[in-house]
Write a protein that binds this ligand. Sequence first.
Ligand code: NAD
Ligand code: UDX
Length: 440
Amino acid sequence: MKITVIGTGYVGLVSGTCLAEVGNDVLCLDLDVNKIKILEEGGIPIHEPGLQEMVRRNVAAGRLHFTTDQERAVKHGTIQFIAVGTPPDEDGSADLKYVLAAARNIGRLMTDYKVVVDKSTVPVGTADKVRAAIAEELAARGVQTPYAVVSNPEFLKEGAAVEDFMRPDRIVVGADDEQAVHLMRALYSPFQRNHERLIVTDVRSAELTKYAANAMLATRISFMNELANLAEKLGADIEMVRQGIGSDPRIGYHFLYPGCGYGGSCFPKDVKALIKTAADEAGIELQVLTAVESANNRQKHVLANKVKARLGDRLDGKHFALWGLAFKPNTDDMRDAPSRELVADLLQAGATITAYDPVAMQEAQRVFGPLPGLTYASGPNQALVGADALIIVTEWKEFRSPDFDLLKTSLKNALIFDGRNLYDPKLVRSQGFEYQPVGR
Ligand code: NAD
Ligand code: UDX
């Protein structure tokens, strides 16, 4: 099948590449000339395990192409995926300007039947707006080309994006057009594996499903973070509680890890957008989600608060080693990363920091800009030298089994604040460390 993907970011590039991998002829469009240049030169603009090799393989096979030419892109695919960003507006609602610009462009340039697929995370009712934008452009040209608009939200996780796309739990397709459903079924048939994964719904239910999934997962995390804070005060161990409740199949083990708050490009913005849509479009205050959001905002300060409780509110003259910057491991994404609040809190209190992240340091430098008091180390051990304590904010594998003897000799104090509960508290404490995890 001929497919166009509009927006070659995390979702667009992964989707386009995986669709090429199963034999489709895919053209990825982006307006960002630099991104397309990197891709045309054989690189990829993001860190995502397994993606680079897959891109190379499909480019070499002639199934995957990149362009900044909008006309070529609209001409190419019968299926036009819209995978552009939907960042939060000033008021927290999803900003649809990129989605609607992409839709208008399709309407302005299309000459034959198109299935326009909203893959971006968009509020309920967006498909109607996309349909209307295309209709307006067609009317302005005085043409009546048929088209369908489908909602097909994406559930991939960064760091595991290729695997998630290639082996999905489910594929949600919201459509009210038979021909479009037929095409989407054919497109996704290579991803079905041993049982039917495609769930066909009406368009609005598909749009809401995406927000519901992210909101539910964010709720679990905020709930566990609150319980962790409670466990700490009551002398219980949240890790034991996690195992105790996760073993109930009605609860399950996934997404029950407490920490220093959820971040990333999705949970924070999607929780906010759902609260806003509910209030504006339905007059409903989503009380649970409002609490989830405020609990998460508080949790992002949990590490800095622990540091201050231990070393004093003013941290002038104190120096910290920071392990991890990305919002989670296996990605260089810094969007809404908890490290951002932590760095701001510590610097504001007068401290200095040397940070290390296996892949996100370049992105961190872009995001933070030059900040007095923040420097970067070439490796985890280099970051430790002369620090008053180690603070861990991202659970990269390479932080899981450190040389504790080296840690002790490099740090001024044998003091670890761990926002991701990487170590067995008994073991670390038995080696003479003061260890402050979350909820244990
Ligand atoms: P991104 O910022 O990484 O990529 C978006 C790309 O779209 C950018 O490269 C931008 O230049 C391009 N773009 C904007 N307008 C364009 C236009 N008119 N034509 C062509 N290109 C255009 O964003 P992302 O993280 O891939 O997210 C995209 C959407 O998918 C969002 O709605 C997001 O909520 C959703 N989503 C993201 C993830 C994730 O893990 N990142 C997972 C599921 C869903
Ligand atoms: C999320 C959704 O999982 C994915 O389905 C959707 O398509 C996009 O948003 P992503 O943001 O890539 O994916 O990462 P995810 O693994 O969900 O983690 C989000 C945040 O929650 C991270 O900051 C992570 O550290 C945190 N988290 C996750 C926890 O604090 N505890 C957990 O148990 C799981």
